[in-house]
Design a protein around this ligand. Structure first.
Ligand SMILES: Nc1ncnc2c1ncn2[C@@H]1O[C@H](COP(=O)(O)OP(=O)(O)OP(=O)(O)O)[C@@H](O)[C@H]1O
Ligand SMILES: [Mg+2]
Length: 277
């Protein structure tokens, strides 16, 4: 299973959402920072060991992309990843866009991520129809498009979706499966998701949207994930619980096609688990 996470203007959160999707499931998952604009995954996260260590400088996504040009195996992505939490490994990107441009050939990288025996969440950051990262988005089982609830951010997502979906469909010979995800506090999540669902409905002529998802805006939850503290009471942070529900929604979208339920299904599911949606 390959999940591509991306965003557009005014909607930060693709790296955090990718990490949250990675650490909120017991399923072995590799979070790969494949953002052509550079990234800070390794800087933001603390390596396991309990002493605040940094991750070693290599391997990175460049190491993985380079190896993938020679040979792709189901174990390649995992072999180039750092251990993070019990079931999560990470492949950091490079700090600057200039360094990230070292990934010259994205098709073999996409092939390696697609072939991985472990589930992969690829953080593509900001994307457009001519982005070098397009092969990864096209190879993904599900494309998660992160947005914030502000009208401008949702309008950018709508525009991005309308431009991106035909490009991906053309490469895949099949429509992509897209889950727009709104990052918003849980107290307003229900009404925000309904509103965003209504705004995006006219863009869903090709039926690519498999339900609207939700990730809790939760700075404390982000800190816990960065520290690799995702067990015990931290399993109950709004961020991790919303990510767990989103993982289920993504699995369902990938397995049985369009989610088909009410736009607020994610929030309903969260409330059903005892959350105060
Ligand atoms: N769910 C969330 N709850 C609270 N804060 C969040 C959440 N998601 C993102 N943030 C905050 O927003 C900022 C940007 O998030 P993030 O790094 O995930 O965005 P990005 O899209 O990867 O940005 P970049 O383009 O810089 O790579 C960070 O300070 C992060 O902590
Ligand atoms: Mg990022």
């Amino acid at each position: 299973m390959l999940i591509a996470v991306c965003c557009d203007r005014g909607a930060p959160g693709s790296t955090t959402t990718s990490l949250a999707l990675g650490v909120s499931t017991p399923e072995p998952t590799i979070v790969v920072e494949a953002d052509p604009y550079g990234g800070d995954l390794a800087l933001g996260c603390v390596a396991p060991g309990g002493h605040g260590e940094a991750f070693p400088p290599t391997p990175t996504v460049l190491t993985l992309a380079t190896e993938a040009r020679t040979s792709v195996t189901p174990g390649l992505a995992a072999s180039k990843a750092h251990e993070f939490t019990g079931s999560t490994r990470i492949v950091p990107g490079h700090f600057s866009a200039e360094q990230a441009a070292g990934v010259k050939n994205w098709a073999p990288l996409a092939e390696a991520l697609r072939a991985s025996a472990s589930r992969v969440v690829a953080d593509l950051g900001r994307i457009h129809s001519s982005s070098p990262s397009i092969p990864v988005a096209a190879a993904a089982d599900v494309v998660v498009m992160v947005t914030r609830p502000e009208v401008g951010a949702v309008m950018h997502l709508k525009d991005r979706l309308e431009r991106l979906a035909p490009v991906l469909a053309n490469i895949r010979n099949a429509p992509p499966i897209v889950v727009p995800v709104v990052v918003t506090p849980k107290r307003i999540a229900g009404s925000v998701l309904e509103h965003v669902g209504r705004m995006l409905a006219p863009s869903n002529a090709a039926g690519v949207i498999a339900g609207i998802g939700w990730i809790a805006l939760d700075p404390t939850g982000v800190e816990a994930i960065h520290a690799g503290q995702v067990g015990g009471k931290n399993e109950r942070t709004p961020l991790l619980r919303s990510a767990g529900v989103l993982n289920d929604q993504i699995n369902q979208a990938a397995g049985v096609g369009p989610y088909g339920a009410h736009e607020a299904a994610a929030v309903d599911a969260y409330a059903g688990q005892g959350g105060e949606a």
